[in-house]
Design a protein around this ligand. Structure first.
Ligand SMILES: Nc1ncnc2c1ncn2[C@@H]1O[C@H](COP(=O)(O)OP(=O)(O)OP(=O)(O)O)[C@@H](O)[C@H]1O
Ligand SMILES: [Mg+2]
Length: 586
């Protein structure tokens, strides 16, 4: 709660003004029935018209003031709660930007989106209600009760009993609804995750003709949510009739007892009239209070979920006195062991010991899940190693400023994305100041220029969200060009030419080696033809180094490599689908 309120910042003043004006509004409202009583008793009762007029003017003035205070309170409450929501969203978003890959792994995308939208809205509504009603109701309750006791302590005992009954009913209702709301919110999360997953993967859904199945799955979830909300709201609906029952019972009791008091002369008619108003206020306050309570508890789940994101601290930080310059493109893996879940014992990379000279071109080959992408992500410190160390330019990557390191180590990720915007805008993610000519050169090096020139708007062509309006191979080439614009000392291509044909693949490799002679290049690929020309080739097998040598030497010494080479040359099988001869031989 403290953490959430910490996001109030510039809206602190508004969130104090709102309850202050509410208090003034309540005071006005509480005094009004008192004046009604005076009009009846002193004015009408004694036939004094002047007094009636005087009190009438006073009443109008007070009602006007109450209106003014009420609207001011409403305005400040709205400003404070919307401001809180805005700040919360900014804080959550800001914190997400500092997350490392392993932080991101902990939250699902849908979970983060729900937290920034639905959960924040819940907190906003609850906060607004708290500012208005949580101050108003107790104040109204206390003041009205005080007035009742002032008028007639005996009669007030009537609704003391009523309040007790009402409190019991409300407590029961709240207890039952909260459980249902809790379930409903969890269902909400699942529903959002389903929508997010299906909309994002719409093309896959369509290509597998799964629309009907997905529709029925969604209907089932939506139906479940509907049932839960109906159940919760149905329980809440008991609130109103039980309230009415109590109010009217009180009225009857007070009317009966009050009439007798008037007859016996211990109470005036005006007093009885105002007593009715106060009793109504007391009951209304109680009902409002119960609603606030439900609302707060409903938002408690949201608060917890928001706090989870805000409290998440990035687990990769730049050290103090960080190094800002990467000397050269040398890479050393010193007996590196790495797990995605630290301490889980499930090693993704085991005892990897590699030494790569600056400017060398290294090919990496290995089966699916053998740890190629994981190896690449350690070089730019997207994750930290469990034991051993990764050095770039002769220094441990943990000693670098992470931004400085990543600007020198360009990784074209296996699952890469382009953003909505023009081609030029996308390329400038690599280097903000890059001129159009520099962008063109990078595209030429990545063999992207040729297809961009075929677009009518060339470099100003708009790319849709996620690059959905260009082909997979075109996207890959743009991603390579974007990385080249960084002019990095180390360039890692993670399966970055998998979607281009073999001829273009060869052309890109040739072009890259011409354009980036001094850059250390790590080329991860499935095809041996893609890495064959590299200075040395690393064969990874289940997270371990199986071989690390030139193509010719590996062909002579490494049985696995030779088998794959043979099978791919014949055009049968690849690394993951070994030819029958390999199964026997290996
Ligand atoms: N973010 C992650 N969290 C947990 N485990 C992961 C994560 N990413 C990968 N893994 C696991 O680590 C292992 C190695 O994955 P990695 O992506 O490095 O393989 P790869 O060699 O790049 O495979 P591919 O050829 O399919 O790209 C796999 O068993 C995978 O399940
Ligand atoms: Mg991979």
């Amino acid at each position: 709660m403290k953490m959430i309120l910490g996001s109030l910042r510039q809206y602190k003043k508004d969130s104090l003004l709102a309850p202050a004006f509410t208090a003034l509004e309540v005071i006005m409202e509480v005094l009004l029935p008192f004046i009604t009583a005076a009009i009846i008793d002193e004015g009408l009762g004694k036939g004094d018209l002047q007094k009636v007029c005087l009190y009438g003017v006073l009443m109008t003035a007070m009602a006007a003031l109450s209106l003014l205070f009420g609207s001011l309170a409403g305005k400040y409450a709205a400003s404070a709660s919307s401001g809180l929501a805005c700040n919360l969203r900014e804080d959550i978003y800001g914190n997400i930007q500092t997350f490392s890959f392993s932080n991101i792994d902990k939250f699902s995308t849908a979970g983060l989106v729900t937290r920034m939208t639905t959960d924040v809205t819940n907190v906003q509504n609850a906060f607004q209600m708290v500012l208005r009603i949580a101050v108003r109701s107790p104040l109204m309750l206390v003041c009205s009760m005080a007035m009742c006791f002032l008028i007639s302590p005996g009669l007030s005992a009537v609704f003391a009993v009523a309040i007790l009954f009402l409190a019991c009913v409300l407590a029961l209702i709240i207890r039952m609804t909260l459980k249902v709301f809790d379930q409903a919110f969890r269902k909400y999360d699942d529903l959002n995750a389903e929508v997010q997953e299906n909309v994002a993967a719409m093309r896959v859904v369509k290509s597998f003709v799964r629309e009907d199945l997905e529709n029925s799955k969604f209907s089932k979830s939506a139906d479940g949510l509907y049932r839960l909300f109906v159940k919760a709201e149905g329980l809440l609906a008991f609130n109103s009739p039980s309230m009415m029952l109590v109010v009217y019972s009180c009225m009857i009791a007070i009317a009966w007892l009050g009439a007798r008091s008037i007859v016996s002369g211990s109470m005036t008619t005006g007093e009885l009239t105002s007593l009715f108003s106060y009793v109504l206020s007391v009951m209304m306050s109680l009902m409002m209070l119960s609603m606030v309570f439900v609302m707060i508890t409903m938002s408690a789940a949201s608060i917890r979920r928001i706090r989870e994101v805000l409290a998440e601290t990035p687990d990769l930080c730049s050290p103090v006195n960080a190094i800002h310059e990467v000397a050269d493109g040398r890479i050393d893996f010193n007996h590196v062991t790495f797990c995605y879940r630290h301490g889980s014992g499930r090693e993704t990379l085991s005892d990897v010991d590699l030494h790569i000279r600056s400017g060398e071109t290294i090919g990496v080959i290995g089966g699916t899940g053998s740890g190629k992408s994981s190896l690449a992500s350690l070089v730019s410190r997207l994750y930290d190693v469990d034991s051993g160390s990764v050095c770039v330019g002769g220094q441990d990557v943990r000693r670098y400023d992470t931004d400085a390191l990543r600007s020198q180590v360009a990784v074209v990720l296996q699952k890469n994305t382009l953003f909505s915007g023009t081609i030029l805008e996308n390329l400038r993610w690599g280097s903000e100041q890059a001129t159009e000519e520099e962008c063109r050169q990078a595209c030429q090096a990545a063999c992207a220029d040729e297809f961009i020139q075929c677009f009518p708007q060339k470099y100003s062509t708009r790319i849709e969200r996620g690059g959905s309006n260009i082909s997979g191979g075109q996207k890959q080439r743009l991603c390579i060009a974007r990385a080249l614009l960084k002019q990095p000392k180390i360039l890692i291509l993670d399966d970055s030419t998998s979607a281009v044909d073999t001829a273009t693949d060869a052309k890109i490799r040739r072009s890259l080696s011409e354009h980036t002679t001094r850059t250390t290049k790590i080329i991860i690929a499935q095809r041996i033809s893609s890495v064959q020309g590299a200075d040395r080739i690393l064969v990874l097998d289940d997270g371990r180094v199986n071989g690390f040598d030139t193509h010719e030497n590996l062909l002579r010494t490494n049985a696995v490599y030779r088998e794959i080479y043979e099978s791919q040359k014949k055009g049968t099988g690849d690394f993951n689908r070994p030819s029958p001869s390999m199964k026997e031989g290996a």
